[in-house]
Design a protein around this ligand. Structure first.
Ligand code: G1P
Length: 300
């Protein structure tokens, strides 16, 4: 098969180095913990959520990060400051990310937040990593790296990380409709935000990581407000599909899962999981929990 001639703009595409981290949500499901601090500053194990996200981005060789925050979220910017009193021995790769900041002034939804990234993206594809989700991976090549590789090779309009969720939980996520067989990478024909279990096209849920072409910005402009009056990224992705653009999914592998800190049940689990995995204090916590949960032990 003859190779398609590449135009100049294609040749000019360098590696994907930019990421956008939407972190402007109000955190109302986590009150009172979020009365005066951003949910992304809640610790999961010994680090705030936002730091876990930045570590993941640095590990995927991303270089520039646009943090989209909002009212009451200034602690996030402080945490990411270069000069936050770190001494050199504490320096870690994520601290070398170059941070940019934008502010969503009204809670109009995820797509409205992503739209603020248009000048930052400057016509190049970019990653979106939700600031309230941690992707835990024991895989040699974590999901974000695989997504970036797939996106650069197959050049769809969007590449989405998806995770299998229980049928009765589909109404909390964006759920994809696969086009054909579901493999480690697969194409979709649809995606719907928070469907009821009876209407869900699958149980594969968008897991808070996306690689997007700049075409998404035009798609967002053509997206109408959806559930709750918000502009959903899911609906903008559907506009891309309507334009006959390809949208691919990369499935989380065995040993990979998403920790969601957006509500108390999953935040408690996330904290417990990473505290138990702490190299220094995990073993002691496990022993304490075993004693604490011993059958017959009185509560309190
Ligand atoms: C957002 C997205 C949804 C996705 C979810 C988890 O929903 O809109 O498609 O599945 O994050 O990453 P939210 O949790 O903000 O309601």
């Amino acid at each position: 098969m003859r190779k398609r001639p590449r135009d100049k703009s294609e040749k000019d595409r360098g590696p994907i180095t930019k990421a956008v981290v939407p972190a402007a949500g109000r955190g109302t499901r986590l009150l009172p913990a979020t009365r005066s601090q951003p949910k992304e500053m809640l610790p999961v194990g010994r680090k705030p959520t936002i730091q876990h996200v930045m570590e993941e981005l640095a590990a995927a060789a991303l270089r520039q990060v646009l943090l989209i925050s909002g009212r009451g979220k200034r602690a996030l910017e402080d945490h990411l400051d270069r000069d936050a009193g770190w001494n050199e021995e504490e320096r870690q790769p994520w601290m070398d990310l170059q941070f940019f900041h934008a502010r969503q002034t009204q809670p109009r939804g995820l797509a409205d937040a992503v739209a603020l990234a248009e000048p930052f993206a400057a016509g190049q594809p970019f990653v979106v990593a939700l600031g309230d989700s941690i992707l835990v991976s024991r895989a040699r090549q974590p999901v974000l790296k695989r997504m970036i590789e797939v996106h650069a090779r197959l050049r769809p309009a969007a590449t989405i990380a998806v995770e299998e969720v229980p049928r009765d939980a589909v109404n909390r996520y964006g759920i994809v409709a696969p086009k054909g067989d579901v493999d480690s990478v697969f194409a979709i024909r649809g995606i719907v935000e928070k469907p009821s279990p009876s209407k869900a096209p699958s149980n594969l849920a968008a897991a808070g990581r996306y690689v997007l072409e700049p075409a998404i910005f035009d798609a967002i402009r053509r997206t109408d407000p959806g559930v709750g009056g918000e502009l959903w990224l899911t609906d903008a992705l559907r506009v891309l599909l309507k334009d006959k653009r390809e949208v691919l999914c990369v499935r989380l592998r065995k040993g990979e899962h998403r920790l969601d800190i957006g509500n108390f049940p999953s935040y408690f689990q996330a904290f417990a999981e990473l505290a138990l995995a702490d190299p220094e204090h995990g073993a002691a916590l496990r022993a304490w929990l075993r004693r604490r949960l011993r059958p017959g032990r009185a509560e309190g």
